[in-house]
Design a protein around this ligand. Structure first.
Ligand SMILES: N[C@@H](CCC(=O)N[C@@H](CS)C(=O)NCC(=O)O)C(=O)O
Length: 305
């Protein structure tokens, strides 16, 4: 993978900015509505799985289309080899990069999931993954299924935003900083931050069912996609190996509590996750050998009510 531009002079991984940041919102060039927008995602990717979970939790499957990319990227990036004829049924493209170049012929960064395509203008609207779940939770509210959870309730928005920022720096992106670091000290800084964050989360989830109390929110979705990958991938591949998720009783039970809900379970594919990281990230795993374990019982009773 092409990380060259994202490794700073001191060996630190600094993630590229999101290139497409238009918003789907009422009274804008991209108003929300059924059938117009199409999501491109990978089951392997934690940033993309957030949108997959939220789309299912809110019952938006018939409102926003979906194409899932092959978990294994080649040197031209994400491929549509899971779709009939190896082509995206919506655009006819073979590679996700074709959508990026159709939107901006000068685009030179990595071609990332998740992203949203507008079938009317035939352009990418956004690959701004932190905003994407919020958009599904707010702009698409008129199309949420009856009885679906309010993942971004007005009274908690400030707390959710603050928690999400803290999760990003402390764990969601910190595992990547540890894994992609080319400098011992920067790696140690990142890995220490990961485990300080997990220790604090363990304390919080010992007394709270979810991050913000009794109600499942957007923050839980963001934490879950990192926890699901922790023992199978980040522990070994990204060298986040001080402790395992399963060494934290409250966090491990919390992760199972979420996993056992259909929207989380249906979008968690451990095989695709492991094959993606271990085969595609040859900068970290040149042999491309995929580990067999770990054997984890995600279906064990969580005991959290
Ligand atoms: N959009 C963000 C985050 C999303 C992201 O990194 N997605 C990964 C998969 S987890 C991706 O699509 N990577 C493509 C690549 O590295 O070529 C970014 O630009 O870093």
């Amino acid at each position: 993978m092409k990380l060259g531009r994202e490794i700073s002079g001191d060996g630190r991984f600094v993630r590229q900015p999101n290139r497409f940041t238009n918003r789907i919102e009422p009274d804008s060039p991209y108003p929300p509505g059924p059938g117009r927008y199409h999501l491109y995602a990978s089951y392997a990717c934690p940033w993309a799985q957030r949108s997959l979970i939220v789309r299912q939790l809110l019952g938006l499957e018939d409102i926003i289309g979906l194409t899932v990319v092959d978990p294994i990227r080649d040197d031209k990036g994400w491929r549509f080899t899971l779709s009939p004829g190896d082509r995206d049924p919506v655009t006819g493209a073979s590679y996700l990069s074709e959508l990026y170049h159709a939107t901006d012929p000068e685009y030179f960064g990595r071609y990332t999931v998740p992203c949203i395509w507008d079938t009317q203008t035939e352009r990418l609207v956004t690959n701004d993954y932190p905003q994407l779940t919020i958009t599904l939770e707010t702009a698409f509210a008129p199309w949420h299924a009856a009885g679906s959870p309010d993942l971004y309730p007005s009274r908690l928005r400030r707390d959710i935003d603050a928690m999400n920022d803290w999760l990003y720096g402390g764990i969601n992106n910190a595992v990547y900083e540890a894994g992609f670091s080319r400098n011992q000290q920067k790696y140690e800084d990142a890995v220490t931050r990961v485990f300080t964050t997990l220790d604090r989360l363990e304390e919080r989830l010992t007394t709270h069912r979810f991050l913000h109390g009794d109600q499942l929110t957007d923050s839980d979705v963001r934490l879950y996609t990192t926890l699901a990958r922790f023992d199978p991938v980040y522990y070994s591949h990204f060298k986040c190996s001080i402790r395992r998720l399963t060494d934290y009783p409250a966090l491990w039970a919390y992760a199972r509590d979420l996993y056992q809900r259909p929207a989380f379970h249906n979008t968690t594919d451990f095989d695709q996750i492991k094959r993606h990281y271990f085969i595609t990230q040859t900068n970290v795993n040149p042999s491309q050998v995929v580990p067999v374990g770990p054997a984890l019982d995600w279906d064990a009773p969580h005991g959290r009510g």
